[in-house]
Design a protein around this ligand. Structure first.
Ligand SMILES: O=c1[nH]c(=O)c2[nH]c(=O)[nH]c2[nH]1
Length: 297
């Protein structure tokens, strides 16, 4: 029996980086979670414990902080590309890098109608994300959004599904539809892209479509949301969506002699339906390693 080392990568996960950029008295905050992962010829450390080729994960973490000092962080996609290219160009044995960044939102606190210079409130759970892959001199960027919680209180139906002896779900022509959107979109190119504008347009396409598309299933809504992103931004080749169906069940108030006309719901947290899918152009092109080791959706 022969045993060999298979694919591997290593890095520092979830480096918490906050920068304060001072424009006179006005401060700008950047709050990121950065994960680095390196690949290459790392057989020796696994097979013999020889660490001569191992760029320590501690060094990777320090590099994230030092880069944030040496130049403005800027767009998360550019910051991730800089970090990935640094690791692969500085160390011969490192041939690939995957940099994941989540950007946490903060809003300026409004004091009597005036935005405060240096006080902020966190804008919920929503994160802007990017996953940059560098391998053999090539680069891929998959950006997105996660934790984007949306709900519509009507304009959603679900009926016409098969019934068997295990089916209890009532057909409905008026239900609450709610989800926490995880969306990832793959860019065709990594140069000349206005990352912020693409993010803003993609996000707007997602939420506007969720709001306006009359839904016969969350699957139909998923497809429409992905399609809207592709229609809005030609730079994007492919969109992957993961949509938990955050069920809101009508509470049976009849034991109390009360009717319930779609007014009182139980917001269940689990189990939940999980609707996932890809929407892509017919000329989406070869994704290369863009999705490699990322969740399928
Ligand atoms: O939009 C939905 N899609 C489903 O596949 C499904 N299954 C279910 O029980 N409720 C729903 N809703």
């Amino acid at each position: 029996m022969a045993i060999t080392l298979g694919p591997n990568q290593y890095g520092k996960a979830e480096v918490r980086l906050v920068t304060v950029d001072r424009d006179g008295p006005v401060h700008n905050l950047t709050d990121l979670t950065v994960s680095t992962a390196l690949r290459g010829n790392l057989d020796a450390t696994h097979l013999t414990g020889d660490n001569a080729d191992v760029v320590a994960t501690d060094t990777q973490k320090n590099t994230v902080y030092a880069f944030a000092k040496q130049a403005p962080v800027g767009e998360i996609e550019d910051f991730a590309l800089r970090l990935g290219r640094h690791f692969t160009s500085s160390f011969e044995q490192i041939t690939g890098a995957r940099i994941l960044i989540e950007r946490h939102g903060w809003q300026r606190i409004d004091v009597g109608g005036t935005p405060h210079d240096h006080a902020f409130s966190r804008s919920g759970d929503e994160r802007r994300t990017t996953a940059v892959t560098i391998a053999d001199g090539q680069a891929w960027v998959v950006s997105g959004v996660s934790g984007l919680v949306v709900l519509k209180s009507t304009g959603s139906e679900f009926h016409g599904f098969p019934r068997d002896r295990y089916t209890t779900l009532a057909e409905t022509s008026d239900r609450i539809l709610a989800t926490a959107v995880t969306a990832r979109w793959r860019y065709r190119d990594v140069t000349g892209i206005d990352w912020s504008a693409c993010h803003a347009d993609a996000r707007a396409a997602l939420v506007e479509t969720f709001a306006t598309k009359h839904s016969l299933s969350l699957q139909q809504t998923l497809y429409a949301m992905g399609e809207a992103v592709l229609e809005r931004r030609p730079e994007i080749a492919e969109v992957r969506l993961s949509l938990p169906n955050k069920h809101h069940f009508l509470v049976d108030l009849s034991p109390f002699g009360l009717s319930n006309d779609n007014e009182v719901f139980h917001a269940a947290d689990r189990p939940y339906g999980l609707i996932e899918g890809t929407v892509l152009r017919d000329d989406a092109g070869d994704p290369g390693l863009a999705w490699h080791t990322l969740p399928a959706f």
